[in-house]
Design a protein around this ligand. Structure first.
Ligand SMILES: *Cc1c(COP(=O)(O)O)cnc(C)c1O
Length: 457
């Protein structure tokens, strides 16, 4: 064996061993961040003219860099929206990387795109979308929302046959909508008006109707999308999807549903009725990297009528036109359905996991997290030092530690991470600093939540 081959063999063994051991850690160490100065001190300069060698770089990752990242899949990581990728999905992520697949076009990635599309079909069926529905896996909810809204505006301008080409468009969302909707409006140089959500943070159809009715006629004609949220990020509350959908359909306005976090619960027969009306949407997103047990980064973006999205997003260039040659109309090019071009087959780890375990296991896993949420809510209701602030629709709990200042919340949170106990950060609710649990990990137990609540005494 050549010297170089021996080195790569050793590196292969080390990487495979490290990866398999990490996947099997249950629970993994929670770990915590470090300052840049600390990391510079511990890691030194890693990029050198000669290279430090793979084994050394891996050792550095293992000893210094990885412990300076919080394990999102830890059962007591309940901040933001955690992740809990299945073993099958994580292992297959390795296969995807090894396979050098370009998944932007059918020409280059047919087999991968075919499998991704079957996974998208499962989601489209759960949402009750028609057979022609389709889309693409993008990096996250932010780019999914932006891409859907770009298609919506394209459609609005198309229907106006030139009258709106120089008119600023208007998005109607709610105060509970995710920050990425406002970010999309900024990126698109569009306006946004927000319906004031109710006390649970839910957008009600009547409130939406009233807001639109109060707009001057000129503004009403500028509306190119109505956005509802199926699972607000801060409180896990589902908007009045049927009410909003009826209004959008009556006005002939594009209806987008942001289910980045909560859309996963569509697969739970117990939660599915809460999504009534979702079938009216023109576009929909859900992040499998949140509550559908896939690794980052993976957002499913679906369109009722993908041909509109294709017209809005397809890039044309001399070197790309072969993808759109005569007779290739039936070829599904994922690049054409979002604001991107080159792409990794990021839907494949999700597809592989679905194929491995079957969709029943997905329903079961989501139901388990919903049951743990209900059990945790009961613990909060029963305790006298904490108070539940929002009746949950899904798997988020917002609650108060009675009598605490914002500084006390932050100090408790910092300490819980420092000692490796839990990762729970404060949020705000109606301007008050409070705590929030978000459950997506089926391994989290009610007992673990009880331990966290005890540490708040
Ligand atoms: C998380 C989230 C997003 C953003 O998704 P990313 O994948 O983080 O870009 C958008 N909308 C909602 C409702 C979310 O929960």
């Amino acid at each position: 064996m050549h010297e170089r081959d021996a080195a790569i063999e050793a590196l292969t063994d080390a990487i495979v061993r490290y990866s398999v051991e990490r996947v099997r850690l249950s629970p993994p160490p929670l770990d915590r961040g470090r300052t840049e100065a600390e990391l510079q001190e511990m890691a030194g300069n890693t990029i050198t003219p000669e290279g430090i060698g793979g084994l050394q770089a891996l050792q550095l990752f293992q000893d210094v860099l990885a412990p300076a990242t919080i394990s999102v899949d830890h059962s007591k990581f309940l901040s933001f929206v955690p992740a809990a990728p299945t073993e099958a999905s994580v292992l297959f992520d390795f296969v995807v990387g090894a396979s050098s697949i370009y998944a932007g076009s059918w020409m280059e990635g047919a087999g991968a795109v075919f499998a991704e599309n079957q996974a998208l079909r499962w989601l489209a069926d759960l949402a009750g979308l028609p057979g022609e529905a389709g889309g693409v896996f993008v990096s996250g909810g932010t780019i999914g929302n932006l891409s859907a809204l770009i298609a919506a505006r394209y459609h609005w301008r198309l229907l106006a046959q030139g009258r709106h080409d120089r008119v600023r468009g208007l998005i109607v969302a709610s105060t509970g909508s995710h920050s990425s909707i406002a970010s999309a409006a900024r990126a698109m140089d569009a306006d946004i008006v927000k319906v004031v959500a109710d006390e649970r943070g839910r957008m009600d159809g009547d409130a939406l109707h009233a807001l639109i009715g109060d707009l001057p006629e000129e503004d009403r004609s500028r509306i190119f999308a109505i956005v509802a949220t199926s699972g607000t990020t801060n409180a896990g509350v589902i908007d009045d999807l049927a009410g909003a959908g009826r209004i959008a359909n009556d006005l002939g306005v594009w209806y987008h549903i942001d289910g980045a976090y909560g859309g996963a619960a569509l697969c739970s027969p117990t939660a599915r009725p809460k999504f009534a009306g979702i079938e009216r949407c023109d576009s929909f997103i859900v992040d499998p990297h949140k509550w559908l047990f896939a690794p980052f980064d993976c957002c499913a973006l679906l369109y009722r009528n993908p041909s509109i999205a294709r017209a809005a997003h397809t890039q044309h260039a001399e070197y790309l036109d072969v993808l759109h040659r005569d007779g290739a109309d039936h070829e599904w090019n994922p690049s054409d359905y979002a604001h991107h071009l080159s792409r990794r087959a990021r839907g494949l780890p999700f597809w592989f996991s679905l194929a491995t375990y079957g969709t029943d296991q997905y329903a079961k896993a989501v139901d388990i997290t919903l049951q743990v949420t209900a059990g945790a809510a009961d613990l909060i209701r029963a305790a006298d030092h904490v108070e539940l602030l929002v009746e949950p629709d899904l798997s988020v709990l917002v609650f108060r530690r009675i009598g605490w200042t914002p500084q006390q919340y932050q100090a408790w949170s910092d300490n819980a991470l420092l000692v490796g106990e839990a990762f729970v950060v404060p949020t705000t609710w109606n301007g008050e600093t409070v705590l929030r649990f978000c459950f997506v990990n089926p391994l989290t137990t009610v007992d673990e939540v009880g331990e966290i609540l005890d540490s708040l005494r």
